[in-house]
Design a protein around this ligand. Sequence first.
Ligand code: BDR
Ligand code: CA
Length: 314
Amino acid sequence: MTETRRIIIDCDPGQDDAVALLLALASPELEVLGITTVAGNVPLALTSVNARKVCELAGRTDVKVFAGCDRPLQQALVTAEHVHGKTGLDGIELPAPQMPLAPGHAVDFLIETLRREPAGSITLCPLGPLTNIATAFAKAPDIVARVGRIVLMGGAYFEVGNITPAAEFNIYVDPEAAAAVFAAGVPMTVIPLDATHQALTSRDWVEHMRGLGPVGAAVASWTDFFERFDKEKYGSEGAPLHDPCVIGWLLDPTLFEGREINVEIETEGRFTRGMTVADWWGVTDRPANALFLRSTDRTRFFALLAERIGRLDA
Ligand code: BDR
Ligand code: CA
C-alpha cells in the first residue's frame, strides 16, 4: 500500500466543490487534515455552512472546517449564484450543519499546520479563489518552501474564460492572490477548464448516482441543478465536475494529460484581467512553473467517482 497523501482542501462550495470533498473523504489514499473555506461562488458564511453540510453528509464530523477570507485581496467579491444558486449548493436541501466551525482563522490553520508538519509533506488543494493561500504566504513566507505541492482548479488556455471572455472564475475573483501563488515557486498542478470541460456528467452516470443512496442522490440533485448553466451556455451534454478533477489527479494522475509550462496571471489587462497566460507552445523562455493539464479520460474519471461515492453509501 502506498503512503497516504496528506491534504488541505481550500474551497468555496459550490456543487462541484462538494463532490470533490466527498471524493476526498471517501478515499483512503488521502488524509484530509482540514478544510478551509473562502468567499467565492457564494459569500464566506455560505461556503462555511456548505462545507460542513457536506462533511455531515459523508458522516465525517471529525474533519475540521476553518472559515477563511471573506473577500479578495484588492477588489470587491464577485460571486456565481447564476451557476450555483442562492445557497451555492442548490439542488437538494440538506439539514443545517450541527458541527461547529473549528476555532481560529483558516489562514492561521494553514500557517500552523505547514510549520508543524514535516516540510514537503502537505499538498494544498485549492478549489476556489486563491485568497487564503496568498494571505498565508504573505503573512508567513517561511511556509512557502514547506508546501509539497499545490494542485488547483483554475484558469484556462484553449477554453479561454467562463466568467469573462478571457478569465476563468477562480482566478478572476482574486487575480492578485493568484499571481502571488503562481509566482511562489511551489510545485504546482493546474487543472484548467480545458481539462474540466471534458469531465462532463452523462445522464446514465447521474441516474446511477441517484440509485446509490443518500450521498449519491445528493450528487445527482446537485449535478441536475448545476448542468443547466453549461447546457445553456455551451450546449454541453452535462455538468462539468471541475473541482473533483483535483482530487481525481491526486488519486490517479494517469486520468489526465498535460505539459510542464509557464503560466502567468494577468492582473492589469483592460479586457483580460484574471487571464491565465499559459505558454503551451513554449514561445517564451519563461521557466515552467506548473504542470498544466489539458485532457481528461472521462470514462475512467467517472468510474472512479462512482466507485468512491458508492463507498459512502455502502
Ligand atoms: C470554478 O468556479 C466555480 O464556479 C467552480 O466551483 C469551480 O471551482 C470553475 O470555473
Ligand atoms: Ca470551486
